[in-house]
Write a protein that binds this ligand. Sequence first.
Ligand code: HEM
Length: 206
Amino acid sequence: MTKLIRRYEDRTRLNHWAVAILFICAGLSGLAIFHPSMFFFSALFGGGSWTRILHPFFGVLMVLGFVFLFFQVWRDNFWTREDTAWLKHSPDLLKGEEGGMPPVGKYNAGQKAVFWIFGISLILLLVTGIMFWRPWFADLFPIVVRRFAVLIHAISAVVLIISVIIHIYAAIWVKGSVQAMTRGTVSESWARKHHSLWYRKITGGK
Ligand code: HEM
């Protein structure tokens, strides 16, 4: 029988999927009010007015959820010298030659980069979103500032959406990863193959 290794506690998985669901709600409601060609998404939220009302609340809840997730995983996402070496070799990985890649800890440099991009884009989305949130805060800021905030908000949203697509693609591409976030466990061979330094650490240096 395959030996399983715990990668995530229940609360981390619950937290992760809450953030993922809120991302979908914030993303689709945001796209619906961003451009008329995507307005049809507003049908999911009870029409145009409700979409406009709910979008900022989905966004704030998503950021709050990410803050909790952040403090559970940020230490494992610290950038190290090995990560720079891994990144230099990453074209080999894209060619399917994983054998020559430097060994990695719990997360590889690609995962870490995506993690920090999530954090930065979510901060920018929150701060700029508050600046033009009617009727609560928008009047506190001059129109030029609000216009600039709208632009940064849209750019950050595009960056976040592209990063999440890369995150999901990588999760599906590296077979055995999705079950880490659904069941909380990975196979021993998965851990040894993709995250050998983490495997060595949790098995006491074997
Ligand atoms: C909607 C579909 C999503 C899927 C299928 C998915 C899948 C996964 C999987 C399989 C892992 C485990 C990877 C591993 O342990 O090596 C993971 C980790 C993680 N996910 Fe997601 N995810 C999704 C959305 C999101 C969103 C929207 C965010 C935040 C904006 C997010 C943030 C994270 C974080 C912070 C981790 C921990 C790994 C790290 O720090 O790099 N995920 N995800």
